[in-house]
Design a protein around this ligand. Structure first.
Ligand code: ADP
Length: 545
């Protein structure tokens, strides 16, 4: 959770910068602190030694003075000797006691075998004295001691036997000196113990601790101040300009190319980045304007071309409508006259003429139907064919087609079966166009089925569609030709089709009309076995529901 929070914050540049900066400062300050701590300790210890040395040397000077003035102390003006018990040893003890009372320091004479058993050295002093005795070149020795949980600094300055000492401690060993003690029999320069100084270290540690505390406070303050300053500078010089830049870039991305970056408060590299951005925005604007101009130009051209096309389409369909009207009017007259002449020939019993006139009538009717197909195709291509969609009963349409084509089927001796019953739901279609599609398919079926064959119309429900199926047992279509039969003016040559005249427009028209009903049309076939044409029409859901 906390890690997630930190991670989220670290996504922001100033925060990440501050995070790493803080870590760096803390590491540097920790190294610094441990170094300073070490230095402080060394320095304080040095001061302690210096102090002990001075005190020791003062004490030694005092002893030296007393030793040198023994005669002045013990002889009166008449030259009579009286030992006053103010020898160096006694005076040292007395002065040492007073000093210890007045200060927290303890100072005394430490000797291996003191004359006074009270002056017997403790274990630390014995140890230090032994070291001094072993190495006479040492001018001082020190150590740290722990007495009842308190730390003490133990320090000893070595003493040698000097000339004045010999009176009491030199000579023959065992001889009695003026103070009444047996002489030790020392020679000049012999090791004579040392001045032992004991200093409690409490003050030393207290001072060290307060130095560290002060330093730590300074470090924390420095870190906080540096971080605040770094944060403000970071925001001012880097984060804010970048934020501004990114805001402008975003609005540029959304298409606002008018953003002015010259007012951006930035310096150095970021300022020059902003300038580069400005130049880029200017260029983009230029390009965009050019592009817009070009698009407008092209759109205008396109609109004009479209208008021209619409106009030419209109002209084309107008022309076709006119032409077909012009063609149909005389054709209708020809057919009508032919019928009159046919009636007359039949009345007169002129069989040959009647047959010729019948052929003429059929040809005329075919011509009318061809013209109608052509006109429809032209209308579809001009986008002017409109279907009048409504709820339509497919069985009614199929029945009407059956009625129309039964005479042809009979004539060709082909069985026509209409299996579409009233159980098929209503469809959404233009009944006239649906009839036209079915007429084309069933007409083709009869046309391409030899005598004795069958053409069957059925329908089945498939989801939201009705599939209308026209199946024949005719000549069939090869796989290769099957791909092309829906193409305009495509007639597939085969022995049996050569005498079936047509325009090659029937299936193309049927396909276009099916598409206008949002349906699909396709065919399956096998040579000499027959063909099956299928198309879909959407059902009227309201009727079904
Ligand atoms: P057409 O006016 O020539 O009949 P269509 O577009 O209706 O034009 O048909 C194109 C061609 O497809 C026909 O010439 C014929 O070769 C083939 N064709 C169409 N229906 C059938 C069918 N039921 N059986 C065999 N061939 C067919």
């Amino acid at each position: 959770m906390i890690i997630k929070l930190i991670k989220r914050h670290l996504d922001k540049l100033p925060h990440r910068f501050m995070f790493y900066l803080t870590i760096a400062i803390i590491i540097i300050m920790t190294i610094n602190l441990s170094f300073i701590l070490h230095l402080q300790r060394e320095q304080a210890l040095e001061e302690l030694k210096e102090k002990a040395y001075i005190i020791g040397k003062q004490f030694e000077s005092m002893r030296e003075y007393i030793a040198k003035n023994q005669d002045a102390i013990n002889y009166d003006s008449e030259g009579n000797f009286e030992f006053k018990h103010l020898n160096p040893s006694r005076v040292s003890k007395g002065v040492g006691d007073i000093f210890s009372n007045w200060t927290e320091y303890e100072i005394k004479l430490a000797r291996e075998n003191p004359r006074n058993p009270e002056n017997k050295p403790d274990s630390i002093e014995t140890d230090l004295l032994n070291q001094l005795k072993a190495d006479r070149s040492l001018t001082e020795i020190w150590t740290k001691d722990d007495i009842e949980g308190e730390k003490y600094f133990r320090y000893i300055i070595p003493l040698s036997i000097e000339q004045p000492c010999l009176d009491c401690h030199g000579g023959r060993a065992g001889e009695i000196d003026i103070a009444g003690y047996e002489k030790e029999g020392y020679n000049l320069g012999d090791f004579a113990g040392g001045i032992s100084i004991t200093v409690p270290m409490e003050t030393f540690y207290k001072n060290l601790l307060s130095t560290i505390q002060n330093y730590l406070m300074l470090v924390v303050l420095t870190i906080i101040l540096s971080l605040i300053i770094a944060y403000i500078l970071m925001r001012y010089f880097v984060a804010d300009p970048i934020k501004h830049l990114s805001k402008i870039t975003k609005s540029m991305g959304k298409g606002d190319l008018d953003s002015d970056l010259s007012k951006l408060k930035a310096h150095g590299e970021i300022k020059s980045l902003a300038n580069d951005f400005d130049i880029m925005a200017e260029k983009l604007k230029e390009m965009y304007n050019k592009l817009e101009h070009k698009v407008n130009e092209r759109t205008e051209q396109l609109v004009k071309a479209n208008e021209k096309l619409t106009r030419s389409n209109q002209l084309q369909s107008e022309f076709l409508a006119n032409i077909s009207h012009e063609l149909r009017t005389p054709l209708t007259s020809i057919i009508a006259f032919t019928e009159i002449m046919l009636d007359q020939a039949e009345e007169e019993g002129n069989k040959q003429q009647a047959e010729n006139l019948k052929d003429m009538q059929e040809c005329g009717e075919k011509l009318v139907s061809m013209i109608n197909d052509l006109l429809d195709m032209a209308k579809i291509e001009a986008g002017q064919m409109q279907v009048n969609l409504m709820s339509t009963d497919l069985s009614d349409v199929a029945l009407s087609v059956e009625k129309t084509l039964t005479p042809l089927a009979k004539y060709k001796r082909v069985k026509l079966v209409n299996d579409i019953g009233y159980e098929i739901p209503l469809v959404i279609a233009d009944p006239d166009r649906l009839r036209q599609i079915l007429l084309n398919l069933v007409g083709n079926g009869i046309k391409f089925t030899p005598q004795g064959g069958t053409v069957k119309i059925t329908a089945e429900l498939h989801g939201d569609d009705v599939i209308v199926i026209v199946e024949d047992s005719g000549v069939g279509i090869s796989e290769e030709n099957l791909k092309m039969i829906f193409n305009k003016f495509k007639q597939v040559s085969s022995s049996s089709t050569s005498n079936n005249h047509g325009t090659g427009l029937g299936l193309a028209l049927a396909q276009n009309l099916v598409h206008l009903h949002r349906g699909e049309i396709w065919a399956e076939s096998e040579i000499n076995k027959g063909s099956t044409f299928k198309f879909t029409v959407p059902i009227d859901k309201e009727d079904r529901g």
